[in-house]
Design a protein around this ligand. Structure first.
Ligand code: NDP
Length: 369
């Protein structure tokens, strides 16, 4: 694509702004009115706990149904995202900048003393804007951090569905595209089935809401995780049966490890006596799980996620590194995050953590790392 065409297609039209506004308004209303399990978040340092209504799956099903009906009636084109990908990307970027500037200003002027809203100000404007000032800022009683991650994960599926519609319209639907679409759709649906597990993840409990997180949720997740789909729209890959079987195995094993590890930790935090793989759990210092996946490596959940990421790219073959952007990025991110998490846990758990390190020496991949 020539540079001037690329730059022109980045200028957001009113239509792309309408799409975003519709999307956010829908999510805000659906999040408030649809039923869902209300989950208490982790205990914050001041003893308070936030509440999260986990109705993302219902919100997603309704949204896809509404869009499907509107597409059938000719009110909305299923290609609206696939045809306006770059515009939507730049409109989302502008939104991220504006919303994080607003978060910076409101965060700085807040005099709230609670753990979730207490301002953390370093005085460095760029640092505070990038990392955020408050842990769990809210807007009209909506928890913005939870809202943005939901918007990003759903956005990824909507982009994929639009790409799928485009490949059907262009009569270029391939086995690779079908595999990619199925794997991602299962991963995203699974995320919403287990949305409550999100409430105890690092992003929710430890990261303040600044540009880094908002950009990561709203732009990075939907637009870069779908690169394989965009790539397959323009490239044809022939897959053999053994390659398809191997690809499915990477996905299934990755899923088993990822979901199994996250589930074991979640259940353990709720009731540390729950059996793990049919046996009483090995617990260090009454606080850390050292059996099941958490006895194999200290972050087996990251290993599972990395295998899943790889399975999303394998349908694209090995002719280009472009579709491998997501697993490569995730590898770097999770290694970095694992290091930061280790520092946090070492400070928090002290000698208990040292004992856990002794029992479980591997970080992510047993015998290798
Ligand atoms: P974890 O879910 O692994 O959470 C780490 C926290 O769990 C620690 O800070 C500690 O918190 C607790 N913990 C650590 N070890 C133990 C143990 N042995 N027993 C009990 N508690 C323990 O990390 P993340 O929140 O980073 O990741 C959650 C999921 O999200 C992962 O599967 C990851 O792969 C995925 N992810 C995906 C990304 C993507 O872009 N696709 C990006 C980031 C994450 P505490 O203080 O509460 O005890």
């Amino acid at each position: 694509m020539d540079l001037s065409v690329l730059l022109l297609s980045l200028i957001p039209s009113f239509q792309s702004v309408y799409v975003l506004v519709f999307y956010f308004v829908y999510l805000a209303i659906a999040g408030e009115i649809l039923p869902g399990k209300v989950i208490r978040g982790v205990l914050l340092s001041d003893g308070s706990q936030l509440r999260y209504r986990c109705n993302g799956l219902l919100a997603l099903i309704f949204l896809v149904a509404i869009l499907g009906i509107c597409a059938k009636l000719g009110i909305v084109s299923p290609l609206v995202v696939a045809d306006r990908g770059l515009e939507l990307l730049s409109a989302t970027f502008i939104f991220c900048v504006l919303v994080t500037l607003a978060l910076y200003v409101t965060g700085r002027s807040s005099s709230d003393k609670s753990s979730s809203l207490k301002p953390h100000v370093s005085g460095n404007l760029v640092h505070d804007w990038w990392f955020g000032i408050q842990l769990n800022p809210q807007f009209m009683s909506i928890d913005l951090k939870f809202f943005f991650v939901r918007a990003g994960m759903m956005g990824w599926l909507l982009i994929n569905l639009s790409i799928l519609a485009k490949s059907v319209q262009e009569a270029s639907l391939s086995q690779s595209m079908i595999l990619y679409q199925i794997f991602c759709a299962l991963y995203i649906l699974d995320y919403f089935v287990h949305e409550e597990y999100m409430t105890s993840t690092w992003d929710i409990i430890a990261e303040r809401l600044g540009f880094m997180l908002v950009f990561g949720d709203l732009l990075w997740i939907p637009f870069t995780f779908s690169i394989q789909g965009w790539w397959l729209l323009h490239n044809k890959v022939e897959l053999t049966v053994p390659v398809i079987v191997a690809n499915c195995l990477v996905f299934l094993i990755g899923y088993m490890v990822f979901r199994g590890a996250n589930k074991q930790k979640h259940i353990f935090k709720k009731n540390p006596k729950t059996p793990i793989w049919g046996k009483p759990p090995v617990v260090v210092g009454g606080k850390l799980l050292a059996s099941g996946y958490w006895g194999i490596a200290r972050h087996c959940n990251y290993l599972g996620d990395l295998m899943l990421a790889l399975s999303f790219s394998l349908p694209c073959g090995i002719s280009s590194p472009v579709p491998y952007f997501y697993p490569i990025y995730l590898l770097i991110l999770l290694i970095w995050r694992e290091r930061r998490d280790e520092v946090r846990c070492a400070e928090k758990y002290k000698e208990i953590w040292a004992e856990y390190l002794r029992l479980v020496p591997w970080r992510i991949l047993p015998y290798i790392y």
